[in-house]
Design a protein around this ligand. Sequence first.
Ligand code: 5GP
Length: 116
Amino acid sequence: MAEETLFTKIIKREIPADILYEDEDCICIKDIAPQAPTHVLLIPRKPIPRLCDASADDQALLGSLMLRAGDIARQLGIDEAYRLIINNGAGAGQTVFHLHLHLLAGKEFSEGGMGF
Ligand code: 5GP
């Protein structure tokens, strides 16, 4: 059996985290090393390693993550300006191989820029 990911351990409460929200599909936690005043991670319970590993079976789950991201942004009061990032693969900066969306806000993002 594949080894559990860090995020699965957080979901199972084996590792502590600041949990902001959870439902049957996903969990939202504060990032341990925030890159912006608001930096949270939205993580599906299903341990899809990378976005490119998702399949047609995951279509509804991926859609629900996008909607949850909007809901969470509203709840955090950042829905006027936030950035959603998915790093796919080590070369793109992915370090935890369990799909997650970064939701960042509260700092000046360079116009049209991609960095955070
Ligand atoms: P990635 O680089 O894979 O796109 O993002 C992984 C994120 O997980 C990083 O922003 C990193 O700071 C965060 N992270 C790594 N370990 C932990 C942890 O133990 N707890 C929390 N809350 N976040 C973590």
